[in-house]
Design a protein around this ligand. Sequence first.
Ligand code: ZN
Ligand code: ZN
Length: 444
Amino acid sequence: MVLYAPGRTSSYPENPPKKGLRYHYLGGGDEVGNVGIMLEDAKSTRLLLDYGLAPTNPPRYPSEAPMVKDAIITHSHIDHLGMAPWLCANHRTKLHGTALTAEISNLMWHDCYKVSSIEKYPLAWDKRDIDTALESWQIHDYNKKWQHEDWQLSLHKAGHIPGAAMLEIETPNRKVLMTGDFDTRDSPLTSGAKPRKVDTVFLEGTYGGRDHPDMQQEILRFMDRIQQVVDRGGTALIPAFANGRTQDIVMNLHKYLPHLDVHVDGMGKRIAKLQMQHPESLKDPAALESSWRWSRQVSSKSDKKKALDSDVIVTTSGMLEGGPALWYLNRLRHDNKNAILQTGYQASNTGGRMLQDKGQLRIFGKMTEIPLELDQFTFSTHAGHKEIVEFAKACEAEEVVVYHTDPNHARPPLVEALEANGHIVHTPVNGVSEFLGEEYSRSN
Ligand SMILES: [Zn+2]
Ligand SMILES: [Zn+2]
């Protein structure tokens, strides 16, 4: 058994609440990522929602989970399931989620293990625990209820990425919705989340205070920039996250620039195959299949060399932290006709952020100047400020718990907008227990 991350011992109260429904954030309350939410009532009915780690450098971990028999995993991003192998190995916890989330989890855990070995990060689970976790899955279809003690649970489409789910909980006293990461807007891969009528909604607030640019305009700006690079004889390198972003981008390229030669590399290739095996999780399965047939998947060293002469390369890692992207960048950097087009958030201390700030990054251990054109595009599949506020209103929720958010910048404008709409707003803090509904009382 592997020791839990140092300094992150359990903050969870030993006894069940005397009455009401209690929530407690092990992580992800007043921060983005790293999610773990315990729910418990007076009958000791317990549930954990997500158990992830934040893939920062070094990673952040939630505090140690108490004994819990069942965990819901909303989707297959590492900040929502990265610590599940520890949970299954130590508590024999069952994992509940959609079929696609379960299948992709295998890739995500192995990748996480590989990165932690290379970077020598402490990880509270080892490779054998991945097998235990894979055997712990219980698959649920969207919109099908199941019984958890005297609670009824069901999963609903969350947008964001294929397989992502929101959890609805019907307790004898309250109806609760927990969004996980969600978006109400459609993307090429997924349809947007639809509101549910509930008493309480736990809302992911990553984009509080910020509205996304108009998606169509941003796509056209992106396509124009790619065409410019190609017209001058260059190659556009597009670092993209493997799980969702890679496929969204390839589908858009197929739609808007079908005359280009586009190569795809990295873990996004395997994830696309799994997505295609689960058409129920996709908005337009035929569109993903045809764009995948159209693009060229890189599978050998000679393919990689061919890709260097093509128009566009879409590859991991999205934050230029390892992956084939660095191999390509190391070669493309010598010709300033080439360009790097970033398509997602770049966390601090990552290669992608360093490139933005200083025009250089570490390639195979060596700080390297990158004298190429660099541009950033916003293709987030998290709800923006406006979508979050509208969603809470459409849920007709009496109270809202805002989590998965930066407490200093993103949360205050969101709280203000939600309160103006008449919601009671909770602002959870990691390690502090609070109550829902009539039991709700602020400790300050
Ligand atoms: Zn997340
Ligand atoms: Zn996510």
